[in-house]
Design a protein around this ligand. Sequence first.
Ligand code: FEO
Ligand code: CA
Ligand code: CA
Length: 653
Amino acid sequence: MKQDFQSFHANLSALDDQAINPSANVSLEQLVDRSRRNLLKGGMGLAALGFLGGSLGACRSAVQSESLIGFKGIPTQLDPAFDSVQVAPGYSARTFFSWGDAVMADAPEWNPDATDDWQAQLKQAGDNHDGMHFFPFPENPDSHGLLVMNHEYVNPPLHPNGMTFTDGKRPLDEVRKEQAAHGVSVIEVKKDAQGQWQRVMPSRYNRRISGMTPMAVSGPLAGNDALKTASDPSGREIIGTLNNCSSGVTPWGTYLVCEENWHNYFVNHDAEDMAGRVSHKRYGIEGKSLSKLYGWETADLRFNATPDPTQPHGGHVHEPNRFGWVVEVDPFDPQSKPVKRTAFGRYCRECSVLSLGEDGRMAFYSGDDTKGEYVYKFVPSGRYVAGNDQANRQLLDDGTLYVARFNADGSGEWLALVHGQNGLTVGNGFADQAEVLLNARAAGDHVGATPMDRPEWVAVHPRSREVYVTLTNNDNRGVKWLTDKANPRPVNLHGQILRWNEKGADPTATAFTWEVFLLAGEQPGAKDAEGEPVPANLTGTINGDIFSSPDGLAFDNAGRLWIETDYGDDEPAMQAMGTNQLLCADPRTREVRRFLVGPRGCEITGITWSPDYRAMWINVQHPELSFPASDGKTRARASTVLITKDDGGVIGT
Ligand code: FEO
Ligand code: CA
Ligand code: CA
């Protein structure tokens, strides 16, 4: 089983790393002249940009005082058998919610031999916990809330003997269990009489959303021909959400589920069709044999997207068009139907993170985590008005999708993906706005967006609205995309974090100034185990504790930036990094301090707090040994971990 697990994760990493972007418009340094002209046309000259950059820099140094970080950092965890979570001195961590734990009141107890069937799985915690948010109840916000989290994908140990095939086919019961283990868990949580956080059971709020849950569609693609299939001729009801990586929240208290590597679940065997079908090809849908990793199409025809002219709407050829969206979920209404919001555009969306202006205008930032893909923001046309819930619920169906260009001079532009603008015309292959949104990647190619080193999470500073993005890594920028200032390493194994300020701190601005916050990697001058200097591309600019492959990213309300990592801790280049980590950065001084290390083989992801910031939850995804039992024999389980300070204080102090 262990071999199975490791080879599955090796395949998964290889897929994450697979570049699909065919665009040749991306040698950014060559675009500087064009962007300069556009900027000047837009009334913002280079001198003004330089002044803005300088004044922000001065501002930063003027406010530098004592560090925001109060805890004592911990060392890297190099033990190959480490199977626990270790936190900074004065803090405690305890497992809170693991794969298979009961969510619904009638859920059976988790079977350590993984023999629970798919009906049981539909009532239990899903696998591979990822993005997460704590929604407080207004009456007791610091002691009562709903913890809502994504279950991104499944590990082979979901089943007693891993993922099996019989005569080239997946058993339907296994596929159903895998679909049931995706999606979202909503769990009610409350402090008990001793002040300890507990899960509430039973709860009217507890809910599982999965790869089998019916969802509504809204926005420009609702009812569009491109969303119609043999099983949904209306194009208005989609079964399930998949590969739910990170997430977001709205000002009106709903949760935004993001659909990341959904293409791995589909196959299109018709090479000729695929060659002309941008909505498959540009997203890397498998064309030859089994769908990547899962082989669901051998048991559930909906995942075979090969066109079938004998079926209405070509059978399931449009099914992949129904994934890659943002799904809005109301955690406080367990009967509510999740809604796929198509105005946000379709890509492999990592996250959807809000920036809210004082006047109620909004932006939702997203990374498209594939090599050479883009950073986006969606700006609703309307404004958020507190208390006007009915009207607020309509805000996500109408707005403008933008894609980012990071210029070499530190300026940046948001390029509108609007039909008829920036060359997004019928003549260039975009019939209408629905097609621009459906094929957002191709639209981004067309307007000259910057191909990035796998954009993952975005975080917005709670006061300045400065925006940060993790670019996790990219082992080969290839010949199509030269290196550029934002993605400066041709073989980038450790990744970087960028930050930018929108013009006027306005979330809806179309111009920004940006800089590299840090390049991850070892310290300059570091030596490897043999005493040889570490190659230059493996050293970074971290002021403090080292890490690789930043992924999860979030600010607390004091402005501490929390960084979570996702790298293969068994890879040769990662030997100095130890197991995956949670670190804390002070954005003013750029100091980075290590707060937590996880068990072998895991990724640390998902982060949220109680409103008083005295409880923090993080997720340990795909641990490899026997975490959280940590007894050397029990099946490992993805788990949410609760972190508190022993003196009851604020996390990070
Ligand atoms: Fe699901 Fe890009 O991490
Ligand atoms: Ca991630
Ligand atoms: Ca990652």
